[in-house]
Design a protein around this ligand. Structure first.
Ligand code: GDP
Length: 466
């Protein structure tokens, strides 16, 4: 049963905190997604709504009173940064609401739930504690898994091929044109190449592209400026002492010193995972960004199939992530009339990858959510048509207005096969300017911040363990 599972998990994890006289079950929930996908807002709102459960009707244990209390506790890993819940919540629900600072690196927080099942038989069991350890980490770090199986020449060739036609890469490619991989290593030149490549990655990410490896180039943390982050893809070539040889060496060091330790020390310990995806943003950015996102989802998913990768099999040692939720975030940009379409797109996006994860034994689901609802819905007449709109306060200028973001395609496959689609016009109406500020809130006692389907997400992720 659940308790037995928790106990064996806890025993297996010698060294983690065990409070009280009995072993207490721990659920390690990983929260990931590419930068700006909505991780920080998701975790903050989830925690607030688990502590104040009036808006969590679809989380069974909240609705039926099984969860008695929920409170923050010291986290089990003393050397990981703590997720800055209080600051983020104050940003979202304070008097001048604003979006919090985004995830830059890994962080953790423990929420402890005191649960006592209701009902006659269950009521005879005493209350128990279930610890929810939330681990927040950049999705870019997961993409790095694909590097483990690629040599420097392979990775370089693939990357250069992919970015050749991209505007965002123009400066880097120009610099590369004048670079000879066989020339002697010159550190300022190495730094200039790495900086130009990082500039490309940053711009590409900004413009909606998903495949931005190496992940730490975007979010370097305390590795900024170190040799493991000072390389770039190069054409073949490079003898002893050359730029090419040194970049290949640094690339290998990156895999060994940065990528592997993250997977071994953090990723391999996750029980449940939510992958947040700014699908609307990619759809708005256009077919190439959607195609790129689909590929990135495939790469992310391969991280959940230990059987396919010898390094992963070795670190998982038969364990696995039990449940994975793929959530399209920021669904409050769309009237709920379009949410089912968004979910269908999400399902299609992870389609191949999803069936593969199912095969590996994990349960998966796709949903459309908004961790913090910044809009209200309305219908307006416009040019003889009735439009389903959302109203919100614009981040820039602070004006309150109604928006129609455009229509998602009826058939998600149209979106995913650009060649067949013909049109590029999804979400091109008002979507561009729809950057909403969080609404000022006056929460009643017991209420967390307003959301869309955060309770369903929680039910899928942890409901069975409560
Ligand atoms: P992270 O980089 O994954 O941590 O992303 P954040 O959680 O910081 O979110 C990035 C941005 O997306 C925020 O600053 C908001 O502008 C927007 N955002 C995130 N969640 C929501 C949401 O539920 N609704 C709306 N309207 N915007 C959101």
């Amino acid at each position: 049963g659940d308790i037995a599972d928790g106990v064996s998990r806890q025993v297996e994890r010698a060294g983690s905190v065990v409070s009280g006289a009995f072993f207490e079950p721990v659920i390690r929930l990983g929260v990931t997604g590419l930068s700006r996908a909505g991780k920080t807002v998701f975790i903050t709102s989830l925690l607030a709504n688990l502590m104040n459960r009036a808006r969590m009707g679809q989380l069974r244990a909240a609705a039926d009173g099984t969860i008695r209390t929920a409170y923050l506790q010291p986290q089990p890993d003393d050397t990981l940064p703590r997720f800055d819940y209080e600051t983020h919540l104050a940003a979202l629900i304070g008097p001048a609401p604003h979006w919090p600072d985004s995830t830059r690196a890994i962080s953790e927080l423990r929420l402890s739930l005191r649960v006592q099942p209701t009902g006659l038989i269950a009521g005879m069991r005493g209350p128990r504690n279930v610890h929810l350890d939330i681990v927040d980490y950049p999705g870019e770090w997961l993409l790095d898994l694909s590097l483990l199986e690629k040599s420097f020449p392979d990775w370089s060739a693939e990357t250069l091929q992919r970015i050749r036609g991209r505007d965002q890469a123009r400066d880097f490619l120009a610099l590369l044109d004048g670079t000879d991989p066989d020339a002697r290593l010159d550190e300022p030149q190495a730094q200039a190449l790495a900086a130009a490549f990082t500039g490309y990655l940053r711009q590409a990410r900004e413009d909606g592209f998903s495949d931005c490896t190496p992940g730490r180039f975007l979010l370097p943390g305390d590795l900024a400026g170190s040799p493991v982050l000072t390389f770039a893809p190069l054409p073949p070539g490079g003898g002893r002492g050359s730029l090419g040889r040194e970049f290949a060496r640094r690339y290998d060091a990156y895999k060994r010193e940065v990528v592997k330790p993250f997977f071994r020390d953090h990723f391999a310990r996750i029980d449940r995972q939510v992958v947040l995806v700014d699908a609307l943003g990619a759809i708005h950015a256009g077919p190439r960004a959607v195609e790129d996102m689909r590929r990135a989802m495939g790469d992310i998913l391969s991280a959940f199939q230990p059987g396919r990768n010898s390094f992963l099999s070795q670190i998982f040692r038969g364990r696995r992530v039990e449940r994975i939720l793929f959530a399209a975030t920021k669904a409050d940009h769309l009237h709920h009339a379009q949410h089912a379409k968004l979910t269908a797109i999400m399902e299609a996006l992870v389609g191949d990858a999803k069936s593969r994860a199912d095969y590996a034994g994990a349960r998966t689901a796709a949903m459309s959510i908004a961790a913090l609802r910044a809009t209200t819905e309305d219908r307006v007449e416009h040019a003889g048509e009735t439009l389903d709109v959302v109203r919100g306060v614009l981040l820039e200028g602070g004006k309150r207005a109604a928006f129609y973001p455009g229509a998602l395609p009826e058939d998600p496959s149209h979106l995913l096969v650009p060649a067949r689609s013909g049109a590029e016009g999804w979400l091109d109406a008002d979507y561009e300017i729809m950057r909403f500020a969080p609404q000022p809130l006056s929460l009643k006692p017991g209420e967390g911040p307003p959301h869309i389907r955060l309770d369903r997400a929680a039910e899928f992720l942890i409901g069975d363990r409560l």
